[in-house]
Design a protein around this ligand. Structure first.
Ligand code: PLP
Length: 371
């Protein structure tokens, strides 16, 4: 054992470094491409509401003051938006902060955590960090959620059920009927965490609001949302969680760092939330481009998973890391998946039309012209 690995808890040595993908600066240093399409992190190419910049400037002017540790204005605005009492809402430094907070507050060593697979790695990592054991329920071969397997996994009670709907990285989703089947199989002691980071893109008749379905459930629950995706505030770090009841939120809140959300982020989120028109434009533009990119990939003979999110999960036909490197050389950043069983898949975000064109041109070069 080295001095370093002795210094940290054994659970920490079991964590893989986060696969954050290349930054533009790293790509420039490596290949100096003439054009860059940054499609590795599911960011919103249009950006936030134009109302955000003035709100940010005003908040910056007051930066010597600590932020409101309870994010009261934002929680009030979200309460009105979601029709849920502000006492049941918690704000995080991104929803990843809330994932960590919930794990810290609830998981004991040896607990069993059930999740969908391939997964958003932090769903597993924070559980592992707390000494819990993660049980993965893999998607079906057609890259849809295996609801029967998930229900079967819940037959043995677990401390936590956590998954994203739509799922990241696959993009597939549970319909209302499917989510209903899963929730009916949950034991009273299981904390259900539904991560709805991509909910704005998925909204529609066959996509359920987990908070609406969970309301009144006899087991504890939380639904997590974020301003990083459709609201275009990834760089400011704001997420929010709705909890089944205020006492659960209050207990979990004790492990939150008091000033976790900075004042600029709080102010930006309040105004971003109020601009429904901008949000609708972002979502409509993304969905149109997702259809276009998906159809173009299919014409190239590439297998693409069904997606309700702002990304597509596709089969590279071989090692995804090498494939992604070839895309990098063409100025395109995607995320090669690193989890076992899916290392021939990569995830590409839906970007601006010209970025998507650049990606499709590079794909045509790599997999061959349409036949
Ligand atoms: C499913 C899912 N949950 C949570 C997050 C974290 O988002 P943030 O911390 O930016 O709110 C992401 C980011 O990619 C995600 O894909």
């Amino acid at each position: 054992m080295s001095q370093s690995s002795d210094a940290v808890r054994p659970e920490v040595t079991r964590l893989a470094p986060y696969n954050a993908g290349l930054t533009v600066a790293e790509l420039m240093a490596r290949y100096a491409p003439a054009r860059i399409a940054k499609l590795g992190s599911n960011e919103n190419p249009i950006g936030p509401s134009p109302r955000v910049a003035p709100a940010v400037a005003a908040a910056v002017a007051a930066m010597r003051i600590y932020p409101d540790p309870a994010s009261r204005d934002l929680r009030r605005a979200l309460a009105e938006h979601a029709g849920i009492a502000a006492e049941r809402i918690m704000i995080g430094n991104g929803s990843e902060d809330l994932l960590a907070i919930v794990a810290r507050a609830t998981l004991r060593p040896g607990d069993r955590v059930v999740t969908l697979y391939p997964s958003f790695p932090l769903h597993e990592d924070y559980a592992t960090m707390m000494g819990a054991t993660v049980e993965r329920v893999a998607v079906r071969p057609d890259l849809t959620v295996d609801v029967d397997a998930l229900v079967a996994a819940l037959a043995t009670p677990c401390r936590m059920l956590i998954f994203a709907n739509p799922m990241n990285p696959v993009g597939c989703w549970l319909t209302g009927a499917e989510l209903g089947r899963v929730l009916a199989a949950v034991s009273p002691e299981t904390l259900v965490v539904v991560d709805e980071a991509y909910a704005e893109y998925a909204a529609g008749p066959d996509y359920p609001s987990a908070a609406t379905m969970l309301e009144g459930a006899s087991h504890p629950w939380a639904v997590l949302r974020t301003f990083s995706k459709a609201y275009g505030l990834a760089g400011l770090r704001v997420g929010w969680g709705i909890f089944g009841e205020a006492p659960l939120r209050d207990l979990i809140d004790r492990v939150r760092t008091p000033f976790n959300v900075n004042a600029v982020a709080q102010a930006a989120a309040v105004v971003a939330l109020a601009d429904d028109t901008h949000l609708a434009e972002v979502v409509a533009g993304t969905l149109a481009e997702r259809t276009r990119v998906g159809e173009a990939l299919a014409r190239l003979g590439v297998t693409v998973a069904p997606s309700k999110a702002n990304f597509l999960f596709f089969d590279c036909g071989g090692d995804a890391t090498a494939f992604a490197e070839a895309l990098l050389a063409r100025g395109v950043i995607v995320k090669p998946w690193k989890q076992p069983g899916y290392r021939h898949f990569a995830r590409v975000s839906i970007g601006a039309p010209e970025e998507n064109d650049q990606f499709l041109e590079a794909m045509a070069e790599l997999v061959g012209a349409p036949g």
